[in-house]
Ligand binder design. Sequence first.
Ligand code: NAP
Length: 176
Amino acid sequence: MIATIAAVSSNGVIGNGGGLPWHFFKDLKYFKEVTMGHAVLFGRKTFESIGKPLNGRKIIILTNDSNYRRKGIIIVNKVEILIDNYLSSKDILFVAGGESIFRRFLPVSAEAYITHIEKEFTGDRYFPLDGLLNFSPASVKEELENGVKLRFVKYINNNYDSDPLSFSSGSLGKSK
Ligand SMILES: NC(=O)c1ccc[n+]([C@@H]2O[C@H](COP(=O)([O-])OP(=O)(O)OC[C@H]3O[C@@H](n4cnc5c(N)ncnc54)[C@H](OP(=O)(O)O)[C@@H]3O)[C@@H](O)[C@H]2O)c1
């Protein structure tokens, strides 16, 4: 199964200047809890902003550079390989950004774990919020950190049914 996980400000921002525009400990903790033990996909730019593998998770980086190598990291050059491996698998691939990766993988995600940060931030990278129109909220948890409300919402893709291969038909599963 493919699942998206992202933190998004109230004006849709996810990043600024190559990094996160905020630091919310509770969101980092949530990310760790949800993704622990699973495969986590980053775009090459996001991975370089983090700079190292994450404990207890299989880290996969998407890049066009076929010579790219990093210790302890799986490198993938084709979106299709990930979709073929995970779309109908019991193993979960958490798609963890950045913007280019969210745009490509949200439509094929069965679930989306979105932390809605209820404050506006200045940024240069955005989450494709219109893609969430195809999802329904399944659970919501709210927390406060430094006076800012964090709303942790787990969404389920309305197009996902008991036959995940149905994603592969039509444009959803097709790569550029
Ligand atoms: N708030 C959040 O939840 C969150 C999460 C993650 C990241 N972010 C933020 O998002 C920003 C980074 O996003 P971004 O869109 O600039 O970069 P990105 O998505 O992290 O990485 C882009 C790179 O991924 C590779 N890539 C993307 N699509 C590909 C494809 N179809 N095939 C092969 N390789 C592909 C390319 O690498 P090459 O150039 O090497 O070919 C591309 O330059 C940062 O500010 C970061 O902090 C926020």
